[in-house]
Every structure is written in C-alpha cells, then in structure tokens.
Design a protein around this ligand. Structure first.
Ligand code: G3I
Length: 373
C-alpha cells in the first residue's frame, strides 16, 4: 500500500513524465475565439513518426484496460507510448471484487494496479456505486437499511483504502441520472439509502478512505441530451451544497458520428461552469447510430475525426486546473466494448483512435492536431 507521499512522488513522477511528455498545448485561434470549428480532417493516412498523445498534452491521456489486454505486447506498447493514465474497464467494479458471500476478491483489480504502477501510469478508479452493479451480496440484504449501509461503507473503505496513494481519483457515483434525463434513477442504492442520500454517503465514505483522491460523479449522453445535462448539473449542485466532497465531473462521451457539430463544445462549457475538474472519461465515437447512414466509410471516418477534434478542442479550452484527464474507452477498434456482444452489431464498428492493427486513424490525427493547436 502506498502512502500519500508516494502518490505525491508518483504524481510528481507522472507530472515529470507529463512534463517530459511535452508542452502545454494551446487551443488554436478558431477554437480560442469560440466560433464554430468543424474542420474536415483529411482521411488520407499520414506518413512520418506517430506522435505520442501524452507527450503533446499538458494533462493525462488515458485509456481503459483489462488484465487480458496486458498479455498482448502490441496493445501494451501502444498504451505505454500513447497514455499516462489507465482506467479498469470492469475489474475494479463490484462485479469483479464483491463476492456473493460479501467477501472481496482483489486479484484482477490488483493486476490492473500492478500494471499501472510498474509502468508509471496514473491509475483512475472506476467505479464504486453504479446502478447497473447488483451483486448477490447486496441483493441479499436489500431492504435492510442498516446492513445495506454498512455493506456499502465497508466496500468503499476496502476498495478505496486498498489503492490509497496510487489511485488519483474515483468515479464514486456512476450514471445516477435516468436514461433520458427524466429525473434520477431508482436503483438498489436509492431504495435502501435514499434517492440522493446514497450518493452523499458514497462520497463521504470515499473521502474517509482516501483524503487525497479526486472524487468524481460520472455520466453519459451529457453532450447528446441537454435535458440530461441540466438534471445532472442540478444534482451536482445539490450534492455540493449538502457537503459532498465532489472534486470533478466525468463526462463519458460515448457518442456517434451523428452528434450535432458544436454539441460537444456546448456541453463542455456548461459542465465546466461549476468550476470542478472535468474528466472526459470514456470517449468513443461510433460509426453507427440510430439512423441509416449510407455514406462511404471513409467519409464516416472523417466525421468521426471532426468530432474527436471538437471534443479535444473543447477540453483544451478549459482552464488548465479543470483538465483532469482525457480518456478514450480503448485504443484499438477491436478492443472496444462496441465490438463485443451484446453491442457488437455487425462487428464492423470503429469507434477509437487506432484501427484493429493499432494503426492511427484520422481520429488519432485529429486528436494530435488539436493538441498541437
Ligand atoms: O472477460 C471476462 C471473462 O474472463 C469472465 O469469465 C467473465 C465473468 O463474468 O467476464 C468477462 O468480462 C466481461 C468484461 O466486460 C470483458 O468483456 C464482464 O463479464 C462484463 O460485465 C464486462 O462489461 C463491461 C461493462 O462496463 C460492465 O462492467 C464492459 O467491458 C465495459 O466496457 C462497460 O463499461 C461501461 C462503463 O463502466 C460505464 N459507462 C458505460 C460503459 C459501457 O457500457
């Protein structure tokens, strides 16, 4: 277990690495002036050396990962070259840690933490309380408020405590707003501990376990659905007023090429309005969507690149102290959750910056160009 001092060293190391990674990129003129900025980046493959995003950025560049990927040397080389932070895609969640008997299995989570530590990568903790995680150990005490509260507190103290000094932050509450922004989700946590009280308790327990970690609340469709973004921001304001130690907002940024140009920038500006740190926490931009799109794939890849560039450009417009990290939900298309059942569709989606072979796509060059300003 590391102490906060070690985190300081690690962070310093990370900062040194980030500093060694490169200069502070400034938003380009067009972006800085705020006018609509929607270049159609060339889809033509670029020649010459592939830059490292973490060396171009003055903030952490992250990806999600799983222990299975660490056995792939090509993936590992790409991740260590391009990134300075990792998030466990699923192995630091209850489904991986909380056993049916209420005990803990940290074997997979420790594997992620060891991989990050051995390579000097920042570790971001995802996620503590999520409506979608309904483990047997909690279902068994559903309805018994005292036992449920005790179980949630013990879980958070154990998990956050275990990675104290290494994990730089946690998604304490994930996806608390209802699907289409029509209010807050009902879930096993809200039923047992109260609609918003469960969130306040989760943040308090996480702070008790690690006084130094940045504690975030994370959600999706905050770009696509302004009504959901409004509900989300009002929730965060209420929790802050009640003393929740929220240090940041995670906007997952799972969207597709049909997102309206400008929507990502508008969302970023509104989300930044509370002055909290912002984590683009799970970015991927699907070539599919909810409508028929018969454009050639090369054209779709150009639009995808333009959306990635807008998203990174909007992130770059944030004040430096609000840029927590920019994380994509994977690096290579073939590793994406959108290529696995039940979301695989026809198996041809390509939502990430690198193709199946790990080659940079127009999306990658758009991110690199935005960072170069
Ligand atoms: O690969 C293992 C297998 O070895 C193991 O035996 C089996 C046991 O259940 O699990 C398999 O892992 C699956 C894992 O994905 C890897 O494919 C898990 O079952 C499955 O639950 C897990 O799904 C993850 C999902 O969250 C639920 O945790 C997805 O990978 C992950 O991409 C997805 O990520 C979420 C974010 O946490 C929150 N935002 C939305 C995002 C996409 O749904």
């Amino acid at each position: 277990m590391s102490d906060p001092h070690r985190r300081g060293l690690l962070a310093a190391g990370g900062a040194l690495m980030l500093a060694g990674c490169g200069r502070q990129a400034q938003a380009s003129g067009a972006q800085a002036s705020g006018e609509a900025y929607d270049p159609a980046p060339s889809a033509a493959p670029r020649s010459g050396p592939v830059p490292a995003l973490c060396e171009l950025a003055g903030f952490p560049i992250g990806t999600c990962m799983s222990t299975g990927l660490t056995e792939d040397p090509d993936w590992s080389a790409l991740a260590v070259r391009q990134c300075s932070q990792v998030t466990a895609e699923w192995e630091m969640k209850m489904e991986s840690i909380l056993k049916d008997d209420g005990g803990f299995d940290f074997s997979r989570a420790d594997g992620i933490a060891a991989y990050a530590r051995e390579r000097g990568l920042r570790l971001f903790g995802h996620t503590l309380v999520w409506y979608a995680q309904n483990p047997q150990a909690l279902q068994r005490i559903d309805g018994n408020r005292a036992a449920f509260d005790n179980a949630v507190r013990n879980y958070i103290l154990a998990v956050v405590g275990r990675y104290r000094g290494q994990a730089v932050g946690w998604d304490v509450v994930n996806e608390a707003v209802a699907e289409h922004g029509e209010g807050l989700r009902d879930c096993i946590y809200s039923r047992n501990l109260g609609q918003e009280d469960y969130m306040l308790l989760a943040f308090r327990y996480a702070r008790e376990a690690d006084p130094g970690a940045v504690l975030l609340i994370n959600d999706y469709d905050l770009e696509k659905t302004p009504a959901k973004r409004a509900i989300f921001l009002k929730l965060v304001e209420r929790l802050l007023k009640r003393g929740a130690p929220i240090g940041g907002i995670g906007t997952q940024s799972h969207f597709d090429i049909h997102l309206q140009p400008g929507a990502a920038r508008t969302a970023m500006r509104e989300l930044a309005g509370l002055g909290l740190q912002i984590h683009v926490s799970e970015a991927d931009i699907s070539l599919r969507g909810d409508r028929m799109d018969l454009r050639p794939r090369a054209d779709k890849l150009k639009v995808q690149a333009a959306r990635y560039r807008e998203l990174m450009g909007a992130f770059l417009e944030l004040p430096a102290h609000q840029r927590f990290a920019f994380t994509t939900w994977g690096l290579r298309d073939k590793d994406s959750w959108l290529r696995r059942p039940p979301n695989a569709g026809d198996g041809t989606d390509a939502p990430l910056p690198f193709d199946d072979q790990g080659r940079p796509k127009p999306a990658f060059w758009a991110l690199a160009d935005a960072l170069k300003g």
